[in-house]
Design a protein around this ligand. Structure first.
Ligand SMILES: Nc1ncnc2c1ncn2[C@@H]1O[C@H](COP(=O)(O)OP(=O)(O)OP(=O)(O)O)[C@@H](O)[C@H]1O
Ligand SMILES: [Mg+2]
Length: 424
């Protein structure tokens, strides 16, 4: 007998089949090599810039771009491509810095990422492998302990190879940096490859940028050894911020700046997806071009939101078993609004009010008198509301214009603008 769940899955598959798909074509593209190669569009110039930086032995550079513009997938695309081209580098999984990341947790994360990727490299010498597994043991113990906060701020000597040191509780940041340096040397000597560390999500909504700048600065000496390449992926202007610290100023290469895809590229990406996930090349496109155009318009170049919205819209068509045919704006827009309205109503009433006002007035700053009057709140209170809302850029987007922060509504609110839902 089938479980309710199993039954449900079978039914969804059935309906998807009627449309001609194996799975929801709008679903967030995983960063698997084949899918990425197949579905990636444009960015040829930026790809060339990336490989040029590699050729020029740039040891640290940035990939900058707005929310959801395609930074992470661009990096994966470059990384897979470069492996295919000459295989000259070892690329770790992405490293992310959150609001809670401190020195020790950051360095442990980097160490783990490096060890993980090297473990799967077959032609390391037996000595290197042994050293690596020794370091791995320590790192495992430290990661377990670090949750208890016992690591932070301890001072000790660098690790000497030898088992007796393995269980030393005094495993400091300096120890970790010197392990990383050792591993870099090892990699160079054994297989003549560099280690690439992608540090992703360097955005003020996702981490404390000052802290992130400091943490990346810790890797400076590693970067100088020329066995590592650090790639910082984040919001526009991230290079300027990172290189403002004395520790890192001198070492930064140029940024690769990613702009939003054009509508034609977005459409091409969609068409590729539909085809890729169709079960024999014949399928019914769920939405027409006008729908794509509208979603693109609302997205401000945040194609992460755009794909995700189409994904949820199509999911709803399937769940409610809509007739299999191509839907235009008049059907699709209410579906999008139904989905996004839920996100809006889950907010507090003050937050809803601020978003409604901004949706009507365009971008404003908390110091604008006009905004304060409508809200019946002072600058600080508005600033606080706006700050919180802008942690989700699909609700509210923060921009710095000259020296003031301006806020404008994000795609979720934009998509509700003509629906009268915002004014209820
Ligand atoms: N050049 C491209 N061609 C086709 N699809 C793309 C391209 N770039 C990005 N995408 C798709 O757009 C979505 C968002 O991309 P991605 O996650 O890389 O953006 P991001 O800039 O890293 O977002 P965030 O700001 O949230 O970190 C993904 O589903 C990805 O597959
Ligand atoms: Mg990303």
């Amino acid at each position: 007998m089938k479980s309710t769940n199993g039954h449900h899955t079978a039914k969804v598959e059935d309906i998807l089949n009627q449309w001609g798909f194996d799975s929801n074509p709008y679903m967030t593209m995983n960063y698997y090599r084949d899918i990425l190669f197949e579905l990636f569009v444009n960015r040829e110039v930026s790809l060339e810039e990336f490989y040029m930086s590699m050729k020029l032995n740039t040891s640290v550079f940035c990939i900058e771009g707005d929310n959801g513009v395609g930074k992470s997938s661009f990096f994966r695309r470059c990384a897979f491509g470069q492996e295919q081209v000459d295989g000259s580098n070892i690329i770790t999984n992405k490293i992310t810095i959150t609001k809670d990341t401190v020195e020790s947790s950051f360095l442990l994360m980097v160490l783990s990422a490096v060890i993980n990727v090297l473990k799967s490299v077959s032609n390391l010498s037996p000595e290197s492998k042994e050293e690596l597994s020794e370091i791995e043991n320590i790192v495992t113990i430290q990661r377990e302990q670090s949750t208890e906060g016992s690591l932070y701020g301890m001072i000790s000597h660098t690790r000497k190879t030898g088992k007796s040191e393995q269980h030393s509780p005094k495993y400091t940041n300096l120890n970790m940096l010197s392990e990383l340096a050792d591993i870099g040397d090892m990699c160079k000597a054994d297989i003549d490859r560099k280690i690439i560390l992608p540090i992703d999500d360097l955005e003020s909504e996702k981490c404390d940028l000052d802290q992130a700048i400091y943490l990346v600065g810790l890797l400076r000496d590693l970067i100088f050894t020329n066995n590592y390449v650090v790639i910082c992926i984040g919001e526009p202007g991230i290079r300027e911020k990172l290189s403002s610290s004395g520790r890192t100023r001198s070492i930064f290469g140029e940024s690769i700046i990613l702009n939003g895809l054009s509508f034609d590229d977005f459409k091409r990406a969609l068409e590729k997806r539909l085809k890729y996930f169709s079960n024999n090349g014949t399928y019914i496109s769920p939405f027409d071009d006008d729908v794509y155009k509208k979603v693109y318009e609302y997205s401000y170049g945040d194609i992460r939101w755009a794909f995700n919205s189409l994904n949820r819209m199509f999911e709803l068509l399937i769940r409610k078993n809509y007739i299999v045919r191509t839907y235009g704006i008049s059907h699709a827009l209410p579906i999008l609004q139904e989905i996004e309205y839920k996100a809006f109503t889950s907010l507090e009433s003050n937050e809803q009010k601020l978003l409604s006002v901004l949706s009507k007035h365009g971008s404003l700053s908390p110091s604008d008198k006009e905004l304060q009057d409508v809200m019946g709140l002072g600058r600080e209170a508005i600033q606080k509301l706006a700050q919180k809302l802008s942690e989700d850029s699909s609700l509210l987007r923060k921009k710095k214009v000259s020296r003031k922060f301006m806020y404008e509504v994000g795609p979720i609110i934009k998509s509700l603008e003509n629906s009268s839902l915002l004014n209820q």
